[in-house]
Design a protein around this ligand. Structure first.
Ligand code: NAP
Length: 253
């Protein structure tokens, strides 16, 4: 049984085809929301729509194609979601993200640019496209998935850390701009979560991280989804400009 009730609320979740975004989208559908989930391909969007619909939960799900590297696509995505779902998103979950790791001295400019575009600039564009209807309605939630790496840094991820730290500063600032209109802006900072993104890590890196996690395990996508649904709920109405760490204790190690 769902902990929260988001019946009828339109929720836009980017990167909902796999990993963390997928579980966030599932949990919102189970809680009665009308979920617009994105994937980078038509096949991915169709698959996520049919699989979320097959949950036979109280909510609804629609799949949309969105490539965050195309910064001009944000406004048309929000227009399409609004038309299909019958209302503008009241909850925006900026989840889609990529890595292009490498030591900074050898990092290609393209790898820097792509990570900043997908993980930071795209979030600003999408949030801009969603925020006016939220402010008019005097109700809204913007929740962005940052990372422990944006808080503590990580060798080989200067581009990713810069983008993720940028999301935190962006969210705090926007929270101050829109708070008076009933819109909250928060981040969730995952630690080390079992998804395709971390599958590619070498065993030695994995062991190093595990040694530094007080709870001695990797997190699951559901751990992050639960934090996101909490921040989207009425229980979190007085929380804004915050970053919720969901990392098994990595920052107190
Ligand atoms: P993932 O398993 O690699 O899934 C990435 C999702 O983003 C997919 O739905 C993918 O769509 C989508 N995506 C990829 N490139 C995109 C693009 N150019 N435009 C729009 N969407 C794109 O990643 P994850 O581990 O679930 O990570 C989700 C978020 O959590 C990311 O922001 C990540 O930085 C953050 N995070 C993850 C971890 C972790 O340990 N996993 C830790 C901290 C933070 P397709 O299926 O179509 O490719």
């Amino acid at each position: 049984m769902a902990v929260y009730d988001f019946t009828g609320k339109v929720v836009l979740v980017t990167g909902a085809s796999r990993g963390i975004g997928r579980v966030i989208a599932e949990e919102f559908v189970k809680a009665g929301a009308v979920v617009a989930g994105t994937a980078t391909s038509e096949a991915g969007a169709c698959k996520l729509e049919s699989e979320l619909t097959a949950l036979e939960a109280s909510g609804k799900a629609y799949g949309f194609v969105h490539n965050a590297l195309d910064l001009s696509a944000a406004a048309s995505l929000v227009a399409a979601v609004t038309e299909k779902c019958g209302a503008a998103p009241e909850i925006l979950v900026n989840n889609a993200g990529i890595t292009r790791d490498g030591l900074f001295m050898r990092m290609k400019d393209q790898d820097w640019d792509d990570v900043i575009a997908c993980n930071l600039s795209a979030i600003a564009r999408l949030t801009k496209a969603c925020i006016s209807p939220m402010m008019k309605k005097r109700s809204g939630r913007v929740i962005s998935i940052t990372s422990v790496v944006g808080e503590i840094g990580n060798a080989g991820q200067c581009n990713y850390a810069a983008a993720k730290a940028g999301i935190i500063g962006f969210s705090r600032s926007l929270a101050k701009e829109v708070g008076a209109r009933g819109v909250t802006v928060n981040c969730v900072a995952p630690g080390f979560i079992e998804t395709d993104m971390t599958k590619v890590l070498p065993e030695a890196a994995l062991q190093h991280w595990l040694e530094n996690i007080p709870l001695k395990r990797m997190g699951q996508a559901l751990d992050i989804a639960r934090a996101v649904l909490f921040l989207a709920s009425d229980d979190a109405a007085y929380i804004t400009g915050a970053t919720l760490d969901v990392n098994g204790g990595m920052r107190c190690a």
